[in-house]
Design a protein around this ligand. Structure first.
Ligand code: MOS
Length: 696
């Protein structure tokens, strides 16, 4: 692959749609105005297990404005798809608290809600289990993990190596349920057209997939469902696949014969859009007297719902990050009466790296070795999990540069007034994925270009970076290029997830633009109708060299712990990342800062609290479920290595959406230990976990 001419790539372009967003012109799914709109209100189960015996809709239908109530007693049969969560309202069984059991449709939102209150729901409750427990007799080895990774892998003899190790750590680290809570709650507007096709305005990270999946659910041909998702207010994985709200809106619209809008309340987003499983992770490390790891064992238990096996790849990154001859990674899953966990901000890596990086800190203390040096000492020559060569591995340079910039290892005031000060660090790793995508490039007689792909801009700036990529591939100024994303009728694109968007869509955009340039080179003038080229990267992705491709990072955090209250503050955090070529420094910086902020929240604040009496999450709003915000962090500094990796994609970029969140939580807990000598092994580090250990 030849490199692109550097021009627009690398420049800190502002978001194309910035002004539309701050002025409110940018319309999100819920905001679209559709004629003759009606409103759906989802009614959720108030038990975590059991059956819907009956729903008497008579009283609801008497509410002014109520048009109909859809429930399993009258819903049309849906076609089965792989994602069994989409078989909504198909039967009486209740799998979790909050599961949709009916949709009330009315001429206004208020009327729909009033109708929902008037429903006479008759539920039969049965025994439920919602708690993840190590002694759960139903734990089993999942067939595979999310993204197709194997559940269990091993090499050498871990037990023997641990028994003979000069130093060893054997601890269990726990992470709580974490919720995606994007700023924009999920919503969908569904309108059936006269020709039998379906138009959806949906909150999604993948309009191509929603169009295909909803078509299957309703037995339509591909292309009969059109999905608009021009602006999406965050997703963090919860909009990565078709969610029940899209299917429910389409189902309800079919029943009432009018367009139906369904917007989830914040509370509903805690029930059926996905979240991160809680985990219990046993990490065992063995090292020789020099700090060389002889064994790494990472054994995770986690949960899924009764509807669908979703096994997060918690230990996957442990297969790739440090050298050790004896290694083991296992996962056990249990099916409980809880909502189905799905993707959430670095699925697997975020909780898994937390546990291993915390254990490494404990090992460094046991050996009496600097934790940065311990990590450098265990740098592998090739990918320990696969034996493959790395396309590039900037980890050690991130560690060194981060330590230097942070002032790691230099003396600092250990006490500031009532605050005790500590510092901690941890590593970050995230795969550099590339997925097949398609794109189209068109040139018009006036010399302007339209470039299209069904990519999703979920607030990341994807539209903007794709225009930069297109302009360079076309060899024209960015002002000559109009970039189109966020619609399923554009050329099919892969998900805005797995930090793979820019790499995947950018490859397709580059290819289409180059093809168009070749066409232009052959033509002596642009014909009146213009020229157009489309590209599909499926073959390019399949033909890539067999290498291990990852992004890396190193994070350093300073904390202050109040010795009377146990309150933890973070005056500064610093991350250095190896993410290939950064297409847009302004947007890239903001991705990495956002990731680290979320990682800090994972360390100190985020925690879904389930009341197991009911199997329901109690803190299901922004007040009870705190997402780290500006006031929670002093100064975050991010930078990246000048990394050149020509084994990735034409841009030389690695994804930056998720690497920032990976490792931060461990850096925080390691810093808390440094400050007050308390090792919190169950996230988040709430003050009540510190207080009993603080002597005043
Ligand atoms: Mo993100 S959790 O990869 O959609």
């Amino acid at each position: 692959m030849t490199a692109l001419t550097p021009h627009a790539i690398g420049t800190p372009q502002p978001r194309i749609e910035a002004e539309d967003k701050v002025t409110g012109r940018a319309a999100y799914a819920y905001e679209h105005q559709v004629d003759e709109m009606t409103y759906g209100w989802i009614v959720g189960s108030t038990v975590a297990a059991g059956t819907v015996r009956d729903i008497d809709i008579t009283a609801a239908l008497r509410e002014p404005g109520v048009l109909d109530v859809v429930w399993h007693g009258n819903a049309m049969p849906l076609h089965k798809v792989v994602d069994t969560e989409l078989h909504v309202l198909q039967g009486p069984e209740i799998a979790y608290y909050g599961q949709p059991i009916a949709v009330v449709v009315a001429t206004s939102l208020e009327a729909a809600r009033a109708g929902a209150r008037a429903l006479d729901v008759n539920l039969q409750e049965s025994h439920h289990e919602s708690e993840l427990r190590r002694d759960d007799p139903n734990l089993f080895t999942p067939e595979s993990l999310n993204a197709g990774f194997p559940s269990d892998t091993s090499a050498g003899d871990v037990e023997k190596a641990l028994a003979g190790a000069a130093f060893s750590i054997d601890e269990v680290y726990e992470t709580p349920p974490l919720h995606n809570v994007p700023m924009e709650p999920h919503a969908a507007i569904a309108r059936w057209e006269d020709d039998g096709s379906l138009t959806l305005w949906d909150t999604t990270q993948n309009s191509s997939e929603v169009a295909d999946t909803v078509a299957q659910v309703f037995g339509l041909d591909a292309g009969q469902v059109v999905v608009h998702s021009e602006h999406v207010g965050g997703g963090f994985g919860s909009k990565g696949t078709t969610r029940p709200n899209a299917v429910l809106a389409a189902l309800a619209a079919r029943v009432v014969g009018w367009p139906v809008k369904i917007a989830l309340t914040r509370e509903m987003t805690f029930h059926f859009v996905g979240y991160r499983t809680p985990t219990q992770q046993r990490v065992r490390l063995g090292a020789d007297p020099d700090g060389r790891l002889v064994a790494i064992a990472h054994d995770t238990i986690e949960l899924t719902s009764k509807l669908l096996d979703f096994a997060e790849q918690t230990g996957e990154s442990t297969r790739h990050v440090y050298a050790a001859d004896n290694r083991q990674v296992t996962h056990l899953l249990t099916r409980l009466n809880v909502p189905t966990p799905r993707w959430l901000r670095a699925p697997g890596e975020a909780p898994g790296v937390y546990a291993v990086e915390a254990a490494l800190d404990e090992l460094a203390r046991a050996i009496g070795m600097d934790p940065v040096e311990l990590r450098i000492r265990n740098e592998p020559a090739t990918d320990p999990g696969s034996g493959k060569a790395f396309s590039s591995r900037g980890y050690v340079n991130c560690l060194r540069e981060g330590a230097e910039r942070f002032g790691w290892g230099t003396a600092f005031d250990r006490r500031v007034g009532p605050w005790r000060v500590g510092q901690g660090m941890a590593g970050s790793i995230y795969p550099a994925y590339l997925r097949p995508s398609t794109a189209r490039a068109e040139v018009h007689h006036d010399g302007t270009y339209d470039v299209s792909t069904a990519a999703a801009d979920i607030g990341t700036g994807a539209r903007t970076v794709l225009r930069q990529i297109a302009a360079d591939a076309l060899g024209v100024p960015i002002d000559n290029v109009r970039m189109h994303v966020g619609h399923s009728s554009l050329p099919q694109a892969s998900v805005a997830g797995g930090s793979s968007g820019t790499a995947s869509w950018g490859s397709a955009v580059t290819k289409a633009c180059r093809l168009l340039r070749e066409q232009l080179g052959r033509a002596d003038h642009i014909p009146p109708g213009g020229l157009s080229a489309t590209a599909d990267t499926s073959d390019d992705v399949a033909r890539r060299a067999d290498l291990a491709r990852f992004a890396f990072g190193a994070q350093f955090v300073e904390v202050r712990v109040h010795e009377d209250t146990g309150e933890v503050r973070v005056p500064r955090a610093l991350g250095v990342f190896a993410v290939g070529r950064v297409i847009n420094a302004r947007l890239g910086r903001s991705q990495l800062i956002g990731g680290m902020t979320m990682g800090l929240g994972m360390g100190l604040m985020e925690e879904g609290v389930m009341d197991h009496t009911y199997g329901d999450t109690m803190n299901d709003d922004y007040a009870g479920y705190h997402i780290a915000a500006n006031a929670d962090i002093g100064d975050i500094e991010v930078s990246w290595l000048d990394e050149k990796d020509d084994q990735l994609n034409p841009m030389g970029s690695k994804g930056i959406g998720e690497i920032g969140i990976v490792g931060t939580a461990a850096a925080v807990t390691n810093a808390v230990y440094d400050a007050v000598g308390v090792r919190v092994r169950d996230l988040p580090v709430r003050l009540d976990k510190l207080l009993p250990h603080l002597s005043t």
